[in-house]
Design a protein around this ligand. Structure first.
Ligand SMILES: NC(=O)c1ccc[n+]([C@@H]2O[C@H](COP(=O)([O-])OP(=O)(O)OC[C@H]3O[C@@H](n4cnc5c(N)ncnc54)[C@H](OP(=O)(O)O)[C@@H]3O)[C@@H](O)[C@H]2O)c1
Length: 327
């Protein structure tokens, strides 16, 4: 079978190459899946550059998310051969989803509605399950509260904007440039701050009459995190999601105490399968009602995976980029 592999540190277009490789054998808890479509995320770019914490040894195949058919089941994994699943891959073992066959985590393999297009299913699990764990559990977002999504036009942020609206929050998003601002509005954001034109904290104070936000969902980190921390309302929850801007946000204990707000880490890993199924049922309920949709910016062919990851690295994407692997 064919798989895209990385053998050295560099930019995606320079270091990704298509190779013939052996099919991986699923270890306990893992599945081997024939990949129908894969989602592309910033971690794939960072793995090429060698700056992602879970980058495996060389050579490895990136690609964290997928939809496909189960071909083999490792000991103890719940899925059956022949099941069609959306899943998080075994990218950290070197067998990600930019391949005709990959490893998938058995406990993170979930049912796919027949009517969901493959490109959407491939890009559903990571953005929406992260948003669910962040907003519904770790952030305990309540109807009527105000949510700030930093990086609202990104693959991860666009899911949080939609889920926040579906949960009944007032949503403020940040984005860079008029096209991305418009995109966030099309996702349902009530207000959008173009951080290239206005300081994020100043913009939030303006649209909240100085009150600030109850929950902030920060996919960017660095200076953007600092801005979000300045506008947390009393008992606010500032969710650490990612570092798309290059570095993690750095919480200040003194500032957290003085402002009576929390900084909360979010990762959808390590939950029991039952919790994931509960999340999936809620998310698919919203999806069926039309409240959530994976916004796929562009679909690439399998032969063009390097261009697909390069496009995400360029910052051009609004929402997700997907790859069609087989039909
Ligand atoms: N905790 C978790 O479980 C989890 C799950 C998924 C992803 N993540 C993390 O979330 C981050 C985003 O991943 P992604 O795949 O969503 O990336 P993405 O699709 O590339 O989106 C990132 C967004 O960040 C914005 N951005 C970048 N630099 C910025 C800056 N300096 N100031 C303000 N906004 C900036 C970009 O918006 P503009 O073009 O508008 O600037 C872009 O839309 C990554 O660090 C990833 O590792 C974490």
């Amino acid at each position: 079978m064919r798989a895209w592999r990385v053998r050295r540190v560099g930019e995606p277009l320079d270091v990704l190459s298509l190779e013939d490789v052996e099919s991986p054998e699923p270890s306990p808890g893992m599945l081997r899946v024939r990949v129908e479509a894969a989602g592309v995320g910033l971690p794939d770019v960072l793995m090429c550059r060698g700056s992602y914490p879970l980058t495996p040894g060389y050579p490895f195949t990136p690609g964290q998310e997928l939809v496909g058919e189960v071909l083999a089941v490792g000991e103890g994994a719940a899925a059956q051969v022949g099941d069609r699943v959306m899943a998080v891959s075994g990218f950290y073992l070197g067998h990600g989803s930019f391949a005709e066959e990959c490893l998938a985590q058995g406990d993170f393999a979930l049912s796919v509605p027949d009517e969901m297009p493959a490109e959407e299913a491939a890009s559903f699990v990571i953005p929406f399950h992260t948003a669910w764990v962040g907003l519904a559990r770790r952030g305990a977002l309540q109807k009527g509260e105000t949510l700030l999504v930093v990086g609202g036009a990104g693959g991860t942020g666009s899911a949080a904007v939609q889920l926040g609206k579906a949960m009944g929050a007032r949503v403020i998003a940040t984005a860079g440039g008029p096209e991305k601002v418009e995109f966030c509005r099309s996702l349902g954001a009530d207000a959008v701050i173009d951080y290239r034109l206005q300081d994020i904290a100043e913009g939030v104070r303006e649209v909240t009459d100085g009150r600030g936000v109850d929950v902030a969902y920060d996919t960017v980190g660095g200076k953007a995190f600092l801005s979000a921390s300045q506008v947390m309302a009393l008992e606010g929850r500032l969710l650490l999601i990612g570092f798309a801007g290059g570095e993690w946000g750095r919480p200040s204990p003194a500032h957290m105490v003085g402002g009576n707000y929390s900084v909360v880490g979010v990762l959808p890993s390590f939950y029991e399968h039952g919790v994931r199924e509960q999340a999936q049922a809620e998310l698919l309920g919203y999806w069926r009602s039309g409240a959530l949709k994976v916004r796929v910016h562009r679909v690439f062919e399998f032969e063009d995976v390097a261009e697909a990851v390069g496009e995400l690295a360029s910052g051009a994407a609004k929402g997700k980029i997907a790859v069609r692997v087989s039909r």
